[in-house]
Design a protein around this ligand. Structure first.
Ligand SMILES: N[C@@H](CCC(=O)N[C@@H](CS)C(=O)NCC(=O)O)C(=O)O
Length: 203
């Protein structure tokens, strides 16, 4: 398998972290998204959406959208991270969909704007609202994690792999303070202590 990726990307890191957890070998092909390397004719022929992560399977199938890739790999390997009970599964789907709508646009986008010198007048106007919504998302996670070890209860799941990616680097850029969310901080330490854990910077 080849993972087309950009190392600082949390969306890409979700896949790398899951592969580490499942013990899967994946070859990394890196692109610099700040230089438009995912907008070339060759990349668009691979994935017309022009964004990483993209997973190219050994049989030539090509998958995009980080959370779809997470679900594919977890299903394919019958991972305990995605239990078969339908209600538990739906709870995991809930977190994955919520991540893309309520978390990633506020936390990942803001981190990218502030760490890649990508601010402009429009983004300056959008920033306060995005940060307010990002803090609301972090608060929801913190309230959940006050009651239980992981996002769906006391077992680690695909929801934790997905949400860990951008949450643990939310402070980068300076818009968010994780010290405001002690239960998230404890959850981050728990995930970092897993024996399969790899950091976002690891190839
Ligand atoms: N919803 C997509 C988002 C993918 C995405 O936004 N990728 C960014 C990096 S994290 C990207 O490739 N941006 C480059 C571009 O749009 O040119 C996913 O979860 O995979």
């Amino acid at each position: 398998m080849v993972l087309h990726d950009f190392l600082p990307s949390g969306n890409g890191y979700k896949i790398r972290l899951l592969c580490a957890c499942l013990g899967l070998n994946v070859t990394l092909k890196e692109y610099d998204i700040t230089k438009g390397e995912t907008r070339t004719e060759a990349f668009l022929a691979l994935s017309p959406n022009g964004k990483i992560p993209v997973l190219e399977l050994d049989n030539g199938d090509v998958l995009s959208e980080s959370n779809a890739i997470l679900l594919y790999l977890a299903e394919q390997h019958a991972s305990l991270l995605l239990p078969t009970d339908l209600i538990t599964k739906a709870t995991i789907y809930k977190w994955l969909f919520w991540e893309q709508y309520s978390h990633e646009p506020n936390i990942a986008a803001v981190r990218f704007w502030l760490t890649h010198n990508a601010m402009n007048e429009l983004k300056e106007q959008m920033l306060p609202d995005r940060v307010q919504q990002g803090n609301a998302a972090l608060q929801l996670m913190d309230d959940t994690l006050k009651k239980q070890t992981f996002l769906i209860g006391d077992i680690i799941s695909l929801a934790d792999i997905c949400l860990f990616a951008y949450t643990h680097v939310a402070e980068e850029g300076g818009a968010y303070q994780l010290s405001d969310f002690p239960n998230i901080q404890r959850w981050i330490k728990t995930i970092e202590s897993q024996d399969w854990f790899i950091p976002i910077t690891q190839r």
